[in-house]
Design a protein around this ligand. Structure first.
Ligand SMILES: [Zn+2]
Length: 247
């Protein structure tokens, strides 16, 4: 394989790689995107669990309060009975005091019960909202997964097509040159630079005049000393006066 053939094939390879660089990136990004949506679903799931627990606790307290109020109501009936049965002023006063205390108790408990019921109502509203949001996000996740999978299949199909062409192309390139290309391509995204002046168009490195003449001759493979990109001379063809040192 001559240097000229290598350079021609490397340029074709570069063109092919640039065409697939975006879809390769896209292919890598799809699983991360799906994971993001899955995390959102997970976040809402955790919020919902906490809210359900809070609701259960509040309902437990509510039930306790109701039992307590019912108990106090029984006590109140008994005290009312005592009041009716009071035989003297002293018993009457004692029963009345008992009744007042119990009524105060019941009133306090009822106030707390009301607050609990309001809280429960708020929790239920929040849970309903988050359930709705959860269902929507789950749907979104399902759609994202389906779309992602379809897109990945599509990209993989395209890649296996181009990879076939790529493989046969790489077989036409000197292995050592191909390795250099692959290394620079992976690192910098482009491994071939077209040169018309003695400056690397990849990194602006100024070439030695001697090297530039060598490049123009196209007999040796020239790689930029700074960025390692492989240089291809695309300026005016030069009139070859033979090697400089023969003058
Ligand atoms: Zn360079």
């Amino acid at each position: 394989m001559t240097v000229q053939q290598d350079l021609a094939n490397l340029q074709k390879l570069q063109e092919l790689d640039l065409k697939t660089i975006d879809i390769r990136k896209e292919l890598e990004d799809i699983p991360a995107h799906i994971e993001d949506v899955r995390q959102n679903v997970e976040t809402i799931r955790i919020i919902l669990q906490k809210e359900q627990k809070r609701l259960e606790d509040a309902e437990g307290w509510k039930s306790d309060k109701e039992k307590e109020i019912s108990l106090q109501s029984d006590l109140l009936s008994k005290s009312k009975g005592k009041l009716q049965a009071a035989r003297n002023e002293k018993e009457n006063k004692a029963a009345q005091r008992e009744i007042d205390t119990i009524k105060k108790n019941i009133s306090d408990q009822e106030k707390e019960l009301m607050e609990l019921m309001e809280a429960i109502e708020q929790y239920r509203i929040a849970i309903d909202e988050h359930k709705k949001e959860f269902a929507e996000l789950e749907e979104q996740l399902k759609a994202t997964e389906d779309e992602g999978k379809a897109r990945m299949d599509e990209i993989n199909a395209t890649l296996s097509e181009t990879d076939g062409g790529r493989k046969s192309l790489t077989q036409l390139i000197t292995p050592q040159t191909l390795r250099l290309y692959e290394r620079v391509q992976r690192k910098l995204g482009t491994a071939i630079v077209q040169i018309t002046e003695p400056i690397c168009s990849g990194c602006n490195f100024g070439m030695l005049p001697q090297k530039f003449i060598e490049l123009q001759r196209g007999e040796t493979l020239i790689s930029c000393p700074q960025c390692l990109r492989i240089m291809v001379y695309t300026g005016e063809p030069i009139i070859d006066n033979g090697p400089i040192d023969e003058e």
